[in-house]
Design a protein around this ligand. Structure first.
Ligand code: PLP
Length: 448
């Protein structure tokens, strides 16, 4: 079973919910003939259960978003309270939840980032970032990278580099892709890829509004750049009068053992996008925060953007309670500590299994990349597989883990480990022992 775009196994007997869902609801990012969703009935802590009596350790925090696990009562209470007090007021009114969350984000985000536009998803947060960068600079082009995911709508899929963008191309004009810092799978040295971006900016003249990157690439394989990469990227952007936008939708809110991915490199972007962990996935909430300089620009320029649900009070109440929970329960520090332990345990898997080509990551944001030939680093899953029917060996490993009681997301050639920040060392031991068995599947499928 999985949470997004792979077929799921509901067993021979579908429940009523599964039958209705299959008939009336689109599965995301999928050939609909392959969609077979499992009915989930609940979750508690780092575990969740289906209607057939199975239970899983949530080793990917669903779509790398359930940072608080499945029983953050403080967030649930804040949602219920806000819904009773006043579920919705138009964005033109101020609400306590929105104002206080704005203040809180200015506190926890790096440097002087201070003014936030609220939306309802990561996609919308990225759309807002693109529009703000264009309005602020008066320039149109956005440079992003190939191994990236930034969202599903017209603009955000256009800046996305992974193969899912291909069906929607040409997308919006003015987007350009650059290479990535992918040390394991690319022949280009990560730091050389930066100089390529420098050259691109020079060749594009003064037409580039912003460079948009995930500080640590998430769904496209947990790519951690060298320490000097992000500081140099910011320098390059500013040398060419372009902004640096960091997309923190997946890396943000403690996942890396720091508040944000860019904190790992001590870099403050000009614009930052957030969603997922912002509310711990308890409510749909996105946010785009900018520097005072960018904010001031709109004092006398039209801020030409908005949604009915911009700053929805219930979602903001969830966000405020979620950020308070990270703080009160010291979850960022916990993620850092338990994240090192996770890293060590994944290293052991790499030593035990020849089909594990690479393990990498920071904190509780880690990937296991598989290979059918470690010498040549030949992947089991390719970028083409991402948009083809059928399953890969990587999917089969995830399915074996699922059979053993561990839910783990995978993308292209990498298993993505991003559990709730509340996970303990003993939960990690349990999940790693299941992965240990599941990786026999890829070991057996290796060449030679
Ligand atoms: N940006 C990044 C880095 C993401 O990982 C995602 C989703 O996975 C998005 C943007 C889009 O967020 P959403 O799915 O909430 O629209």
């Amino acid at each position: 079973m999985t949470g997004d775009d792979t077929a799921t196994t509901a067993g021979d007997e579908r429940t009523d919910v599964e039958r209705l869902d299959k008939e009336y609801v689109f599965g995301t990012w999928s050939y609909q003939s392959e969609v077979d969703p499992t009915e989930i009935v609940g979750g508690e802590g780092v575990r969740f259960q289906d209607a057939h009596g199975s239970e899983w350790i949530d080793f990917s925090g669903q779509l790398m978003c359930s940072n608080l696990g499945h029983s953050a009562d403080g967030v649930a209470d804040a949602i219920a309270e806000q819904a009773r007090e006043g579920a919705y007021f138009a964005p033109g009114f101020a609400t306590e939840a929105r104002a206080k969350l704005g203040e809180k984000l200015a506190e926890v985000t790096p440097g002087d980032l201070s003014k936030t536009f609220f939306s309802t998803s990561g996609t919308e947060a990225v759309e807002a970032a693109i529009k703000i960068a264009r309005m602020y600079t008066g320039k149109q082009k956005i440079i992003s990278r190939y191994r990236s995911y930034h969202g599903a709508t017209a603009g955000s899929i256009s800046v996305t580099g992974d193969p899912r963008r291909l069906a929607g191309e040409p997308g919006i004009p003015g987007t350009i892709k650059a290479p990535d810092p992918y040390a394991y799978g690319s022949t280009l040295d990560p730091m050389e890829s930066l100089e390529y971006i420098d050259e691109m900016l020079m060749l594009e003249g003064d037409t580039v509004a912003a460079i948009l990157v995930e500080p640590i690439v998430g769904s496209n394989g947990i790519l951690v750049p060298p320490e000097e990469y992000l500081p140099r990227l910011k320098e390059i952007a500013h040398e060419h009068d372009a902004l640096l936008i960091c997309d923190e939708v997946m890396a943000g809110f403690g996942r890396t053992g720091e508040w944000f991915g860019c904190d790992v490199f001590d870099v403050q972007p000009d614009i930052m996008t957030m969603a997922k962990g912002l509310s711990g996935a308890y409510a749909p909430l996105g946010a785009t925060i900018v520097t005072p300089e960018i904010a001031d620009h709109f004092e006398d320029e039209l801020f030409c953007h908005g949604h009915t649900y911009a700053g929805h009070p219930v979602a903001c109440a969830a966000g405020l309670a979620a950020v308070e929970t990270y703080q009160e329960e010291n979850l960022i520090e916990h993620a850092s500590e338990v994240g090192s332990y996770l890293g060590d345990r994944l290293e052991e898997l790499a030593e035990a299994h020849p089909s594990v080509g690479d393990t990498r990551g920071v904190g509780l944001f880690r990937g296991i990349e598989l290979t059918r030939d470690p010498d040549e680093r030949v992947p089991f899953g390719t970028r083409d597989d991402k948009i083809s029917k059928g399953s890969t060996v990587v999917d089969e490993v995830a399915a074996a883990a699922s059979d053993g009681g561990v839910y783990v997301a995978n993308m292209i050639n990498t298993l993505i480990i991003a559990p709730p920040l509340t996970i303990t060392e003993s939960d990690i031991d349990e999940a790693v022992s299941v992965l240990d068995d599941a990786l026999e599947v890829s070991d057996a499928a290796m060449d030679g």
